[in-house]
Design a protein around this ligand. Sequence first.
Ligand code: E4P
Length: 214
Amino acid sequence: MKIFLDTANIDELKKGVAYGIIDGATTNPSLIAKENKGFIPLVKEILDVVPGPVSVEVTATSAEEMIAEAKKYAELSENVVIKVPINLEGLKVVKTLSESNIKTNVTLIFSSSQALLAAKAGATYVSPFVGRIDDISGSGMELIEEIAQVFDNYSIETEIIVASVRHPQHFVQSALIGADIATIPFSTLTKLLKHPLTDIGMEKFLKDWEKVKK
Ligand code: E4P
């Protein structure tokens, strides 16, 4: 499974890339707003740090305006992936961009019918938001299983990005289902490594090493 970092924070992205486990990044308007920087300069900084696909979201609401925004962002780097909301205007955008070989990540996916339509329009990726479904007492991971099954039924090549990941179990279940990508916040990334037996084992090894004659 590929791992993307779901952040626009340059320090977090630099740390993740240095660990050698980050394949790309996803941003959204809320993550960008948190950084208090100019939009295009920040996107350029992110593209300089991340050696893979970087999702950048359009914010217009008509297809024509979204396409104009998308074309401007796509010129920044071949790693730019245009994040497009799932709605009728969004489908037109995805179709047009895919015909120009511009990659798209269809976002705010909450049902397998939305994912299937996005894929049919030519989406490179779909982003189902598992955490937000759990927040309203649904099962985000059941949606991932459903979309994986539908895509498998028809050999659809659109990749599934498990988004709105809140904890390590979302990550582990994504891998068990066989999702293509999990996009995770930096705080979840560090939790994935934590194990009390690893900490206890390290402490014991270091204590015993002190007893060795050197
Ligand atoms: C994904 O692409 C989104 O940026 C993100 O995962 C949303 O997560 P949230 O529900 O924690 O805001």
